[in-house]
Ligand binder design. Structure first.
Ligand SMILES: C[S@@+](CC[C@H](N)C(=O)[O-])C[C@H]1O[C@@H](n2cnc3c(N)ncnc32)[C@H](O)[C@@H]1O
Length: 165
């Protein structure tokens, strides 16, 4: 799969990550986002995280099913609300889930420095921006993209109390 064939939402997410950092495709389901990252950026490393074991098993086969990805990814079966976080800065993508879960994850990484955090939900953009703003996050970049269900929004967010993002 190349980014030329992915949806506008996936393409926007891939545009907004930092491929120089390990990319954590959180709540990854079939891993479409992480696979698009691996295929677009030959040097990128991806950690796929999904909580449902049956999906994870299928995912291991699906990701391995393309040359050029070997040794550049891991597949983790875990819950993003509890999984161990990396010590080093990371490019986190938490997309395709609800605002409440995204906010729970953001609370886990609020103290960290140097991460790139890309979020997307099909739920209300206004509610997303209100809740994340109240939790101390600002919008660094925003893309509104067409989707099968209408429009979806992709954000890069950073802490209001951190200099960069
Ligand atoms: C709609 S899919 C989104 C897939 C992909 N992130 C995307 O945006 O296209 C949501 C996935 O998140 C997983 N998920 C939901 N809550 C989770 C959690 N707390 N930890 C890990 N995975 C979770 C679900 O099992 C499902 O596979």
């Amino acid at each position: 799969m190349s980014t030329a064939t992915v949806s506008p939402r996936i393409a926007a997410i891939v545009d907004l990550i930092d491929p120089a950092l390990p990319v954590w495709d959180l709540c990854c389901d079939r891993g479409v986002i992480g696979c698009a990252v691996l295929d677009r950026f030959p040097e990128a490393a991806v950690i796929f995280v999904e909580k449902r074991p049956r999906i994870v098993e299928a995912l291991r086969d699906a990701v391995a099913n393309r040359s050029g990805r070997q040794g550049r990814y891991r597949v983790v079966c875990d819950d993003v609300r509890h999984m161990p976080l990396p010590d080093a800065p990371a490019s986190f993508v938490v997309a395709g889930v609800g605002t409440n879960l995204i906010c729970e994850f953001l609370a886990r990484v609020a103290h960290r420095d140097g991460d790139r955090v890309v979020c997307s939900t099909s739920q209300s953009p206004d509610r997303f921006e209100r809740l994340t703003g109240e939790a101390g996050w600002r919008v660094v970049a925003r893309r509104d993209v067409a989707s099968r269900t209408g429009r979806q929004t992709v954000w890069v967010v950073a802490r209001t109390d951190h200099a960069s993002g």
